[in-house]
Design a binder for this molecule. Structure first.
Ligand code: PBG
Length: 333
């Protein structure tokens, strides 16, 4: 007879009794193919340079980048998102290395495409902050403000140069109004109709980008509050989403990751294009630092965060742990 006195009729714990039982009923599981590895490549170095605030992450030399791309592909990772770090002396107010066919990012794109062919989807960060001497994502006007429309002209040029170097997907990350539309038209006009756009649709101004500044030797002083979104705003994400889709985004992204899972869920419920989440430098650094002190179990924490992105609706996750995590997953079968 069911429900004897105070005892429950229904027992969710039955499905949690063993690891095999839990595995069978798991609703979400990250897969190597969901993962995209962001990677930094630095001009003028012949060996990788460690990024101290991101233990395990380096500024690659061209050789170590080739090796990392091969390792990612072998682990089953889907894509590589490349960031170029030019020699300091080459940075200028308009970000010339970004549109130079021999700029480090373009050299790296060609090297990686030659190395891995189509085994990985090769992506490029389409932004100016890595190549400007002031570190902003755009060019500045006479008052020192980021000039939206002058920046768009630079992005258009940059996009074509990156496509010509072999980028298959571009990630415009500067949060300028109109950037997706302008880049799409520039690519099409130059004959690059098949180069896809992964729009940084919802990109918040965030303290968690801290370690990235070291990773790209950024010279930025202050923050990006006049162009990136305010963390206080959720509804505004829908406005950015509508614009990016109307302008031709092929995929959309939410960034940072963990502090914005609510926004990720909202976006994922509304679109028919693939949705990505970017687990950024500061999220990586937090886990690594706590694990180093023995304050949490590193592998469990990494898996939990990546599972959370899937649960919140991400199809793709950009994570600095992509190769390592994909290797763990593969080792299980
Ligand atoms: C801008 C860009 C940034 C990141 C990716 N693209 C920095 C910023 O917007 O301040 C951050 C990535 C990370 O923190 O891991 N080109």
């Amino acid at each position: 007879m069911p429900g004897q006195g105070a005892f429950p009729d229904v027992r969710p714990r039955r499905l949690r009794t063993t690891p095999a039982m839990r595995r069978m009923v798991a609703e979400h599981r990250p897969h190597p193919a969901d993962l995209i590895l962001p990677a930094f490549v630095r001009e003028g170095v012949d060996r990788p340079v460690p990024v101290s605030s991101m233990p395990g992450v380096v500024q690659h030399s061209l050789d170590s980048l080739r090796a990392a791309a091969t390792a990612a592909a072998e682990a089953g990772v889907s894509g590589l998102m490349l960031f170029g770090v030019p020699e300091e002396a080459k940075k200028d107010a308009v970000g010339s290395p970004g549109t130079d066919p021999d700029g480090i990012l373009q050299v790296a794109l060609r090297a990686v495409r030659a190395e891995v062919g189509d085994a990985l989807v090769v992506m490029a960060d389409t932004c100016l902050d890595e190549v400007t001497d002031h570190g902003h994502c755009g060019v500045l006007d006479a008052e020192g403000r980021v000039d939206n429309d002058a920046t768009l002209a630079r992005y258009a040029e940059m996009a074509v140069v990156q496509a010509e170097a072999g980028a298959q997907v571009l990630g415009p990350s500067g949060m300028m109004d109109g950037q997706i539309g302008v880049i799409r038209r520039a690519l099409d006009a130059a004959g690059h109709r098949d180069v896809a756009l992964l729009a940084y649709t919802v990109k918040y101004t965030s303290a968690f980008y801290g370690p990235f500044r070291e990773a790209v030797n950024s010279s930025l002083k202050g923050d990006r509050g006049t162009y990136q979104q305010d963390p206080a705003n959720g509804r505004e994400a829908l406005r950015e989403l509508a614009l990016d889709l109307a302008e031709g985004a092929d995929m959309v992204m939410v960034k940072p990751g963990l502090p914005y899972l609510d926004v990720l869920r909202t976006i994922a419920d509304r679109v028919t294009v693939p949705v990505a989440a970017y687990q950024i430098s500061g999220e990586y650094a937090m886990v690594e630092a706590a694990a180093e002190r023995g304050w949490l179990d590193r592998e469990r924490a990494i898996e939990e965060t990546l599972t959370a992105f899937k649960r919140a609706g991400a199809d793709l996750v950009l994570t600095y742990w992509a190769t390592e995590f994909a290797q763990w997953l593969r080792a299980r079968f």
